[in-house]
Design a protein. Structure first.
Length: 268
């Protein structure tokens, strides 16, 4: 019987972030400010009107990981970390025709991602890979985070908000990153584990991206074991975060997309 690789995480912090231009987090911002701008879905300013607004409760802040909390992708560096540069490069080259079909929209991202993981992680022992995942998760938190976004996450925690990481990257290492960040939950892509305790390389369930990212977050928010949720903040940087941000009460685009959101907001 197959199981899933990955689990969850849990919470402290202090308000320390200052919102950059347009209310967005800015790596150049100094300490002492609090985020107070409310960007609506699509990065536009203004509070959305919601007929289905939830009852007042504890707010939730949901953060995408790659490109939002970090400056760049984490999956490929993880594969290099556990398989080495040469082996990973050979696998990427072998799968390059499939990646090309993704750009032409003839193959799904999920299929291409799974094919690469099968090449590199199939047969890997879960226990050993989990140890590597914990080491890599620690490295991400100590070396790879955007300072301003780390401060923003800490501000939410210090304010008493529930904080969630929602990511298409594997829970195999994001669980450790989430634990070190003190978040309430990590909702990430799970990897299939065979009855022999080894990874198959396939995904266990759907890739946590796009609509699945939004579905996973609101399933967690509406879970019977949680208190009623109040306002939902969402942070993202890519098209894969659009559905999650569209459903949030406060949507914040990070990185270059924040500039596009500001341009749209101004009618540019």
């Amino acid at each position: 019987m197959n199981t899933r690789a990955g689990a969850g995480a849990g919470p402290g912090g202090q308000p320390d972030d200052r919102a950059g231009p347009g209310g967005q987090p800015d790596d150049r911002a100094g300490p002492g400010g609090q985020p107070d701008d409310r960007a609506g879905p699509g990065g536009q300013s203004g509070r959305p009107t919601r007929a289905d607004r939830r009852p007042a409760g504890q707010p939730v802040a949901a953060f995408d990981f790659d490109g939002t909390l970090t400056r760049r992708d984490s999956l490929l560096p993880f594969l290099v970390f556990v398989r080495g540069v040469a082996t990973t490069a050979r696998a990427v080259v072998a799968e390059s025709p499939r990646f090309g079909r993704v750009l032409l929209r003839r193959t799904s991202r999920d299929e291409a991602k799974e094919a690469l993981l099968v090449r590199l992680l199939s047969g890997a022992e879960l226990q050993q890979l989990s140890e590597s995942g914990r080491s890599f998760g620690e490295r991400l938190v100590t070396r790879r985070l955007r300072p301003a976004m780390r401060r923003r996450l800490d501000w939410h925690r210090a304010t008493g908000h529930r904080v969630v990481i929602v990511s298409a990257s594997p829970a195999l290492y994001l669980d450790e990153a989430g634990r070190r960040l003190g978040v309430d939950a990590v909702l990430a892509t799970e990897l299939e584990v065979g009855a022999d305790g080894r990874l198959t390389g396939r995904l266990a369930g759907r890739n946590c991206r796009g609509e699945e990212k939004a579905r996973r977050l609101w399933t967690w928010i509406d879970g019977s074991d949680h208190e009623p949720s109040g306002e939902v903040w969402a942070y993202g940087d890519s098209r894969g975060d659009a559905e999650m941000l569209a459903r949030a009460d406060v949507a914040v685009w990070v990185g270059w997309r924040r500039l596009l959101a500001r341009r749209i907001d101004r009618g540019g």
